[in-house]
Write a protein that binds this ligand. Structure first.
Ligand SMILES: NC(=O)c1ccc[n+]([C@@H]2O[C@H](COP(=O)([O-])OP(=O)(O)OC[C@H]3O[C@@H](n4cnc5c(N)ncnc54)[C@H](OP(=O)(O)O)[C@@H]3O)[C@@H](O)[C@H]2O)c1
Length: 327
C-alpha cells in the first residue's frame, strides 16, 4: 500500500507513526495547503515528497491510496476527487456529514472497484474483537452503557467566543460526530441496527452540541451512549447480561482492556501489544487490499452506513443543524 496523506492535524502524525510500524505500508507523499506545514511533516517522518495541490498528489502514479484527515464536512468532496482519480481511500471518521453523502461515496467506490475504508479504530482492535467472542458468556444482554468524555481545550476557546473547526456546524463538528460516533460504532458493531434511536444534546451558543446522550433501543435491551467535550468523566463501555458483565475501561477508540465477570469466569483481558492504536486498523486495511478481500471491505462499509444512518437520526432528533443542511 502506497499512501498519500491529506491534512496536518495531530491525527495525521499518529497515523504516520503507525504506518512506520506496518512493513507493507509506505507513505509516498503528504499534502497540505501550506508548503511549510507539508515540509515540516514530511521531514519529521522521512517522507520524500510534499504536495500543495491536489492535482500533484492525485497525479502521482506511485500512490494507490489516499488518507483523508480533514474537517468532517470536507470528507465527501475530497473522497470523491480521490476516487475519481482511481485511488483507494482511507477516510477519517465520521465518513461524511450526511447519510446521503456516505451512500454516494460507497456507490462511487463500488462502481469503480476501489476500496474505501472508514478509519474507525475501535472496529479493528483485538480487545474489541475479543469482546464479541466473549459476549455469549454473559448471557442475554439487558443493558449497555458507554461514556466517552474528554474535556476539550477548544471548549474553553468556545466559551470565550472562538469557534474552532471542531465546534463549527459549518464543518459538521460537535461532540456527537467527534466522540459519540465511537460509542455508536462500538454498539452497532456488536449488535447491528437498533429498532429505535432517541437523542439529547447540550448545545453551545452557536447551536453545536458539546455533550449528549443517544439511546438505542434493541428488541430486548437498551444501550445508552454518552459523550462530552464540555466536561470530563472516566470513559467506559459496560455490557450487562443476565449471567454477568463485560466492563471495558478506558476510551472506546482504544479499548485498552476489559474485565469479564460471570459465575464461572473472572478475568481481565488485554490482547493488545501496540501502543499506537492506529497500527491495528492500518494493518487491517493493508491486508484487506493485498488480499483483494472485497467482501470484507464491503462488510465494513455496510456497517459504517448503518452507523451513518443512526448518527444522522440522532443528530436530527437532537436538533443539531449542520451547514450542509442549509445548502
Ligand atoms: N481517528 C481518530 O482517532 C481521530 C482523531 C482526531 C481527529 N480525527 C478525525 O480527523 C479529521 C481531522 O480532524 P482534525 O482535528 O485534525 O481537524 P482540523 O485540525 O480542523 O483540520 C485538519 C486539517 O485539515 C486542513 N484544513 C483545516 N481547515 C481547512 C479548510 N477550511 N479547508 C481546507 N482544509 C482545511 C488543515 O490542513 P492544512 O492546513 O495542512 O491544509 C488541517 O490540518 C476529522 O474528521 C476528525 O474526526 C480522527
Amino acid at each position: 500500500m502506497q499512501i498519500g496523506t491529506i491534512g496536518t492535524g495531530p491525527i495525521v502524525e499518529t497515523f504516520l507513526a503507525a504506518c512506520q510500524q506496518v512493513p507493507s505500508v509506505q507513505v509516498g507523499a503528504v499534502y497540505s495547503r501550506s508548503g511549510e506545514k507539508a515540509a515540516a511533516l514530511a521531514s519529521r517522518f522521512g517522507i520524500a515528497r510534499t504536495c500543495t495541490t491536489m492535482d500533484e498528489l492525485l497525479g502521482d502514479p506511485a500512490i494507490d491510496t489516499i488518507y483523508i484527515a480533514l474537517p468532517n464536512s470536507l470528507h465527501f468532496a475530497q473522497a470523491v476527487q480521490a476516487l475519481q482519480a482511481n485511488k483507494h481511500v482511507i477516510l477519517e471518521k465520521p465518513m461524511t456529514s450526511t447519510l446521503a453523502e456516505a451512500q454516494a461515496l460507497v456507490k462511487l467506490a463500488r462502481e469503480k472497484g476501489l476500496y474505501l475504508f472508514e478509519a474507525i479504530s475501535t472496529r479493528h482492535l483485538p480487545n474489541y474483537r475479543q469482546v464479541r467472542q466473549d459476549l455469549s458468556d454473559i448471557g442475554p444482554v439487558r443493558l449497555v452503557q458507554c461514556n466517552y468524555s474528554q474535556y476539550s481545550s477548544r471548549y474553553t476557546q468556545l466559551l470565550a467566543g472562538e469557534v474552532t473547526n471542531i465546534f463549527n456546524p459549518v464543518f459538521s463538528g460537535g461532540c456527537l460526530y467527534d466522540l459519540n460516533i465511537y460509542n455508536l460504532h462500538f454498539v452497532i458493531g456488536l449488535f447491528g441496527r437498533p429498532q429505535a434511536v432517541h437523542a439529547y444534546a447540550n448545545k453551545a451558543f452557536n447551536g453545536i452540541d458539546t455533550s449528549g446522550t443517544v439511546v438505542l433501543e434493541y428488541d430486548d435491551f437498551i444501550a445508552t451512549c454518552s459523550a462530552a467535550k464540555d466536561s470530563a468523566s472516566p470513559s467506559f463501555q459496560i455490557i450487562q447480561g443476565e449471567k454477568g458483565y463485560l466492563d471495558v475501561a478506558g476510551p472506546v477508540n482504544s479499548c485498552p482492556s476489559y474485565e469479564i465477570r460471570t459465575g464461572s469466569r473472572q478475568e481481565t483481558v488485554n490482547l493488545q501489544t501496540q501502543e499506537n492504536r492506529l497500527v491495528y486498523e492500518i494493518e487491517a486495511f493493508a491486508s484487506c487490499l493485498a488480499r483483494r478481500d472485497w467482501a470484507q471491505a464491503q462488510s465494513w462499509l455496510s456497517e459504517s452506513l448503518v452507523v451513518m444512518e443512526v448518527v444522522e437520526k440522532a443528530r436530527l432528533e437532537a436538533g443539531i443543524v449542520f451547514g450542509v443542511d442549509e445548502v
